[in-house]
Design a protein around this ligand. Structure first.
Ligand code: PMV
Length: 355
């Protein structure tokens, strides 16, 4: 084996979709367009170290550590993914790969941990590709490639390689949108969305009963499949227009409609599809009541799990924090919630060479 070991690290954020990607076709292509907010504080940090094998390889060799422990299911999953990626990145079989990954929030609970973990992994792989091919990409090209590679691991991860508001899936309402990779959705400077915040109310941190892989698969035979595609595409057109004209009430209505539609689809997909918990519904009722009495523009969204994202704007922070402490934390597991906000995107941590 060659002496040289190179280590690359990326910290990548999770994201929360306002218009949900649900259902896929072909090689991880979305049935409909989606739009998400990249978060700032819920992140995965991944380090990839690689060392050239003494002879040209023909299989992937890797070890995967999660919070310093070797986790065989993650190792297996990553190996399957890297095998799939070999046609895109043939050099992968020529190296011994070691991944060290850490999440700062619970995984597999419907906070999109696959989004942050797969985007961190993809960013490491594209950085590795630059090094082994001795070909540094332009910034735009680098992130587009990372988005495409991340998408092959988890669709929602394609959006986490960018900060701010991000779309994925081709749509007439979004310039340069594509099914292959995500694109940043630019906000005008005065948009309040630049200061959007997210409190993630942890109703349960237990692993959910339906993985999103299974949920997407169930959509291919779902009786509402065609109606869902139409609904999501219309919601995407409507929300992008609402964002452009700063219509915050419509943004809230569309986002809530999307969250409830995702769960309606899950519930009508099969017997395991009920992911909402009683406390999820109490939280939604409290949010509606508080919105009516306070007149604030806050709204909820939910990913494929029981936890609720309370989306609000920075200028309402004090009132919202008080509301969360007084009315919502009682419905959270151990009173736990995550304070998050509009994020600036992934960060490269390091690129070191050891002999
Ligand atoms: O990225 P996946 O394959 O885990 O799918 C997740 C899809 C949702 O999180 C439910 C919605 C979305 O667009 O993020």
């Amino acid at each position: 084996m060659s002496e040289e070991i190179i280590i690359i690290g990326w910290k990548a954020p999770s994201n929360i979709a306002l218009v949900k990607y649900w259902g896929k076709r072909g090689n991880q292509l979305p049935e409909n367009g989606s739009l998400s907010i990249t978060l700032e504080n819920s992140t995965t940090t991944t380090f990839l170290s690689f060392q050239k094998k003494s002879e040209k390889g023909d299989t992937i060799s890797l070890k995967y550590y999660f919070h310093k422990e070797q986790v065989l299911p993650f190792e297996k999953k990553t190996e399957l993914l890297l095998n799939k990626l070999c046609s895109e990145m043939p050099f992968l079989v020529d190296y011994e790969l070691v991944f060290h990954s850490e999440n700062n929030f619970p995984h597999s609970t419907g906070i999109a941990s696959s989004a942050s973990s797969m985007s961190a992994l993809a960013l490491c792989l594209v950085s590795m590709e630059e090094i082994v091919n001795a070909n540094q990409l332009e910034n735009d090209e680098f992130f587009r490639r990372a988005s495409l590679i991340a998408r092959l691991g988890s669709g929602s991860a394609s959006r986490s390689v960018y900060g701010g508001l991000v779309s994925w899936g081709s749509s007439d309402s979004i310039a340069n949108s594509s099914d292959e990779y995500a694109t940043p959705f630019l906000l005008h400077e005065g948009s309040r969305l630049n200061k959007v915040m997210d409190i993630i109310l942890i109703v349960s941190s237990k692993e959910k009963s339906v993985s999103s892989t299974k949920g997407h698969a169930l959509m291919s035979e779902h009786p509402y499949r065609e109606a869902r595609k139409m609904q999501a595409n219309n919601n995407l057109i409507k929300i992008t227009e609402a964002i452009r004209i700063d219509d915050y009430q419509s943004i809230a209505e569309i986002a809530e409609n999307e969250a409830l539609s995702l769960h309606a689809l899950l519930m009508t997909s099969g017997s395991d599809g009920l992911l909402l918990k009683p406390n999820t519904l109490y939280i939604l009722e409290e949010i509606k009541r508080f919105r009516e009495t306070s007149g604030l523009d806050l709204f909820f969204t939910i990913d494929a799990g029981p936890n609720v994202h309370l989306i609000y704007y920075e200028d309402q922070r004090e009132q919202v924090l008080e509301f969360v402490r007084q009315n919502l934390s009682q419905y959270c597991e151990d009173g736990r919630w995550i304070d998050d906000q509009f994020g600036s995107g992934p960060q490269k941590i390091t690129s070191v060479m050891k002999n």
